[in-house]
Design a protein around this ligand. Structure first.
Ligand code: KMT
Ligand code: NI
Length: 145
């Protein structure tokens, strides 16, 4: 997991963001706004985001406004809560179990970044048979079954 702070007020022209995108090959971006009045299927989407899942690719989110929480599983399978606020760029490695929720302000605007064509598919837990899950576990030096 990696988190850094940027100036979200200038995200459209920020050379720092440009450099990160170039260095990591984040060719794709879009913006998702989690807010009751803006997102048609807000409740449904939030329910899905809060279901423990993993992806085949890194999940890269740049918080442009508002805030929220990413919960990640640690090596002992306990939840670690990561608070994200405007300006945070967070990268979750492929294969890590996680979930996301807004806080009581019910508002998160985030840029979604991706290397190449985006794949948003979520694999809900249990997904331990997936190669990416096994690769992730060995990457953190976990010899667990
Ligand atoms: C995901 O796949 O977990 C998400 O996209 C989280 C919501 S984006 C702030
Ligand atoms: Ni996810």
């Amino acid at each position: 997991m990696y988190k850094s702070l940027l100036n979200a007020d200038i995200y459209e022209t920020d050379p720092e963001l440009e450099k990160i995108r170039k260095d990591h090959g984040y060719s794709y971006s879009d913006i998702i706004t989690l807010a009751k009045d803006i997102l048609l299927d807000y409740e449904e989407k939030l329910k899905m985001f809060f279901q423990e899942h993993l992806h085949l690719d890194d999940e890269i989110r740049y918080i442009l406004d508002g805030r929220g929480y990413f919960d990640l599983r640690d090596k002992e399978d306990r939840w670690i809560r990561i608070s994200v606020v405007k300006g945070d760029l967070i990268t979750l490695p492929a294969g890590i179990y996680h979930r996301f929720t807004v806080d009581e302000t019910n508002y998160t605007k985030a840029m979604r970044l991706f290397v190449g064509d985006p794949v948003w598919k979520a694999y809900y837990r249990p997904a331990d048979d997936l190669d990416i899950r096994q690769q992730y576990l060995s990457s953190i030096g976990c010899g667990c079954a």
